[in-house]
Write a protein that binds this ligand. Structure first.
Ligand SMILES: CC(C)(COP(=O)(O)OP(=O)(O)OC[C@H]1O[C@@H](n2cnc3c(N)ncnc32)[C@H](O)[C@@H]1OP(=O)(O)O)[C@@H](O)C(=O)NCCC(=O)NCCS
Length: 166
């Protein structure tokens, strides 16, 4: 499995822990850190200073903007689009298959879009194809079932606009 494991590397450019798996086709900006037991897929783009916490999965061809921090244990499906300076709290899961079943390799994947400066609390579940608008805040434990407008604060299950401020 060529390219599956990259030895710990602390170059001027980026740091990959020796127990992280970063595919060689991934592109990492200056100052990126990937913590142990995380997996960064094929053709992923990580902008400058992106931090991937431990035990995260970043699906193939995902794009993550500069300054974004993804905390421990998050799952991002392939082709996720995450903006700049986004905070994703620990154990947050993005989904991309509305009606999953085992062995279906031809599903119509609906990856997420998260715009710049969004914050997502711990332990959220984001349903397929959702867009979260700029500067929105998602409360801890939310299940996000529809698009979130820019600047809104959503929480609960199903997550709703609670009129709060960031
Ligand atoms: C969503 C959030 C920003 C709201 O903060 P806030 O506007 O100060 O809200 P308050 O604490 O005043 O709570 C307002 C009401 O919403 C409820 N509430 C707050 N957050 C909630 C959440 N995540 N889920 C469900 N209800 C929530 C409160 O119980 C309260 O209800 P009440 O009026 O019936 O008593 C905040 O609660 C939150 O979830 N932050 C994310 C924390 C996190 O996960 N950080 C990750 C880094 S570790």
């Amino acid at each position: 499995m060529a390219g599956a494991m990259v030895p710990e590397m602390t170059a001027q450019e980026f740091t990959i822990h020796q127990y992280a798996v970063v595919r060689r086709t991934a592109s990492l900006g200056r100052g990126v850190i990937v913590y142990p037991f995380s997996q960064v897929g094929e053709a992923v783009l990580l902008g400058e200073r992106v931090v991937i916490g431990s035990n995260c999965y970043i699906g193939d061809a995902s794009m993550i903007g500069a300054g974004t921090r993804i905390q421990h244990g998050c799952f991002l499906p392939k082709r996720s689009r995450i903006g700049e300076r986004v905070f994703i709290g620990p154990l947050t899961v993005f989904t991309d298959d509305k009606r999953p079943y085992a062995g279906n390799r031809n599903y119509n994947a609906q990856p997420p879009t998260v715009e710049d400066d969004v914050s997502i609390g711990a332990g959220c579940v984001i349903l397929p194809g959702i867009t979260i608008g700029k500067h929105a805040m998602i409360g801890a434990g939310a299940v996000v079932v529809r698009d979130v407008p820019a600047g809104a604060t959503y929480y609960g299950n199903p997550a709703k606009d609670n009129g709060g401020k960031r």
